[in-house]
Design a protein around this ligand. Structure first.
Ligand SMILES: [Zn+2]
Length: 677
């Protein structure tokens, strides 16, 4: 998978309704003014002012981890997908391999809970049987690589994607992996909450063994052994913050070099079995592989077999029979994210089709719903933001002329993708039928692996997309130096077809500015206009940039989320820079429009006030505390309130617009306000 920087964390909102903006906006103000809490002073807490009444009244549904803008859009999306999928499902004898047959049959197999419950664990029998027959380290590695080629990612992470330092060359890229909990810190932190989660994880592993093998006393000991092994893998792994440094995670190595560091992985055989015939590899974390190699010789074989058994079942559990599905839900969704009950089966099934056959489902969506006028509006908006960004770069008094010149070259070299890809992925060779969901997913997994490995022999295909068209999100991809806006995000509350510019620049304009700024955040700024990890800054300018970045870290470290839990300023640095830059660029572009230059009020609000209201309402979301905690530990994006109040408290124009004075909640002393672009 390419490294991409999305606007919103994909694990929460992966799909979206395409399309037609609510035409209600033609008559009605697109801003929800009744959602405000006018008793709150906007200069005190703008997020609460803009969304207070809504926040007070909103109830998080039992089957969701939060509620608000993205969640509502996603729910509408799933309903639309359901309409399309139902019509495919009811087709009479569709052509085998056609888009409609494939999405319809996959959907049918995911809905068929009777067949799934009747099958129990049996779809995994042959795989689990192979684990039982492992006799030695060679068998162990054979099993792992064979599973990899079927799309089951065990023990480490591997993919083919462009070389960070040569974006025209595909590389076999190896990284850390193999953990069941979300990241390293979950194994090593000693606070009570982390200990509680580890205890629940052990219970979950034990439960999976009881369900798969029948209840016996020894499963508690097995769960312990597995967590101990994963704890050792965690010790050899990097933290989410350490993973953000592109230079520190770039190691081009010959096969024999990594083999010298991690000999027990037997790289010659490993590579051959994975279908890799290159000698030069991109090893993102050599220390991780060194750790794995040591663990292969120091950990008893039976523990490895138990570890693999657990992961094979765990990876499939969501789509196995009810007891497995429930156990998986109880731990991953309830304990870790606070969700009370699973989403209805049709929602999970629609979401699954979008995630594994997204280009097929996406075609049907786009044919039906994608409005060409949204694309035209976007082209114009992006163009205006690019102009505003260029002015900001030219005016940046802290930058030398030399760095300004290369920054402008990079800005002008952005590739823009809107709506959907020019060419669709072709899944027609994948066998999909209504008999077995697990088999369907294995077939798709094997196909996707082969597609990925085939890239090694081809030039980099820069037309590829890394999100599906119905997705409510956007991303910047540093290797391609591109900004990408799937059709799903071109709708309210981001884009109103008949909305005024203030509302659209505060909404989708903010999203565009955010993605553009990723090209110049702490990570993106290390890549040049051609997508190569290569310094283009003068040393003095880089030093100044890093001093600004440190101010951003300090600002966000200060924000409190739950009781004593703070935002992690280092983990969220890139996203916060993108938010701060994005809002400034969107505002500057808005000021170039006719409405931006006028003072004419709509519904009692000036154009500038409407811009800020819109940006705040895009982030109208309420989140369960468990999910919030999960996000603080994993999500590089700050909680919504700080995606609004953070950037605004750095903008002088915000102070003027809402009359912010020293002592107000939104006030920051002038020298502490972050000014990047
Ligand atoms: Zn982002």
């Amino acid at each position: 998978m390419n490294r991409t920087f999305p606007f919103f964390f994909a694990a929460v909102a992966t799909v979206g309704m395409l399309g037609h903006a609510n035409d209600a906006s033609a008559q009605k103000d697109p801003l929800d003014l009744s959602g405000r809490d006018t008793k709150i002073n906007p200069a005190q807490n703008f997020f609460e002012y803009a969304n207070g009444t809504w926040l007070k009244n909103a109830v998080i549904p039992a089957d969701k981890t939060g509620w608000g803008s993205f969640y509502v859009v996603r729910d509408q999306a799933l309903s639309n997908m359901r309409t399309i999928l139902d019509s495919c499902l009811n087709l009479n004898n569709p052509t085998k391999g056609s888009v409609a047959q494939q999405v319809g049959d996959l959907y049918a197999s995911a809905l068929d809970s009777n067949a799934i419950n009747a099958a129990g664990i049996s779809p995994l029998w042959s795989t689990l049987g192979r684990i039982q027959s492992i006799q030695n380290t060679k068998d162990l590695l054979d099993f792992i690589t064979t599973q990899y080629t079927k799309g089951n990612r065990l023990l480490f992470s591997f993919s083919v994607s462009p070389d960070d330092k040569n974006s025209n060359l595909e590389r076999a890229r190896f990284g850390q992996g193999g953990l069941g909990l979300p990241n390293k810190n979950y194994y090593l932190n000693q606070d009570p909450k982390s200990k509680e989660i580890r205890a629940a994880y052990k219970k979950y592993i034990e439960k999976i063994f009881n369900l798969a093998m029948g209840t016996v006393d020894t499963h508690g000991k097995i769960a312990n052994d597995i967590v101990n092994l994963e704890t050792e893998l965690a010790k050899a792994s990097k933290t989410p913050v350490e993973l953000r440094d592109p230079q520190a995670n770039y190691h081009l190595m010959a096969a024999n070099e990594i083999n010298a560091i991690a000999p027990n992985l037997n790289w010659n055989t490993l590579l051959q079995q994975l279908g890799i015939h290159e000698d030069t590899l991109l090893i993102r974390q050599p220390d991780f592989y060194k750790g794995v190699s040591n663990l292969i010789s120091s950990t008893p074989l039976h523990v490895w077999k138990e570890y693999l058994t657990f992961h094979i079942v765990n990876d499939a559990a969501r789509w196995l029979s009810k007891p497995f599905e429930e156990a998986n839900f109880d731990f991953f969704s309830k304990t870790l994210s606070g969700q009370q009950v699973p989403e209805p089966r049709w929602q999970r099934a629609s979401s699954l089709v979008n995630s594994v056959l997204g280009d097929a489902l996406g075609q049907l969506y786009v044919q039906k719903y994608f409005p060409p006028e949204a694309k035209a509006y976007m082209l114009n908006l992006v163009h205006n933001l690019q102009k505003a960004y260029a002015v900001k770069i030219k005016e940046a008094s802290w930058l030398s002329e030399a760095t300004k010149k290369t920054a402008l070259e990079k800005l002008n070299a952005f590739t823009l993708k809107i709506g959907y890809p020019d060419k669709w992925k072709d899944y027609s060779s994948v066998d999909i039928d209504r008999n077995s969901l697990v088999q369907n997913l294995q077939n798709i997994g094997a196909w996707a692996y082969q597609q990925n490995i085939d890239k090694l022999n081809k030039p980099v295909d820069k037309s590829e997309w890394f999100m599906t068209p119905p997705t409510v999100n956007a991303y910047y991809n540093p290797s391609f130096n591109e900004i990408v806006f799937p059709a799903g995000i071109l709708q309210p509350p981001f884009y109103f077809q008949h909305g005024d510019d203030a509302v659209n620049y505060g909404g989708i304009g903010y999203v565009i500015g955010h993605e553009m700024t990723h090209g110049f955040d702490d990570q993106g700024s290390q890549y040049d206009k051609d997508g190569n990890l290569k310094n283009w800054w003068t040393p003095e300018d880089r030093k100044k940039f890093e001093a600004i970045a440190q101010k951003v870290v300090n600002q966000y470290n200060h924000y409190v989320v739950l009781d004593s839990v703070h935002v992690n300023g280092k983990l969220t640095l890139g996203e916060n820079m993108a938010d701060i830059g994005g809002m400034n660029i969107a505002y500057a572009a808005f000021k170039m429009t006719k409405q931006g230059k006028s003072k004419k009020k709509i519904d009692g609000l000036t154009p500038d006030q409407r811009f800020f209201m819109s940006a705040a309402q895009v982030w109208r979301i309420k989140t369960r505390p468990e999910r919030l905690l999960w996000r603080i530990n994993n999500d590089p994006h700050s909680p919504e309130i700080y995606r609004v109040n953070g950037p605004m408290s750095d903008m002088d124009t915000f102070y003027k617009t809402w009359n912010v004075k020293p002592g107000d909640g939104m006030f920051r002393p002038a020298d502490e306000r972050v000014k990047i672009w």
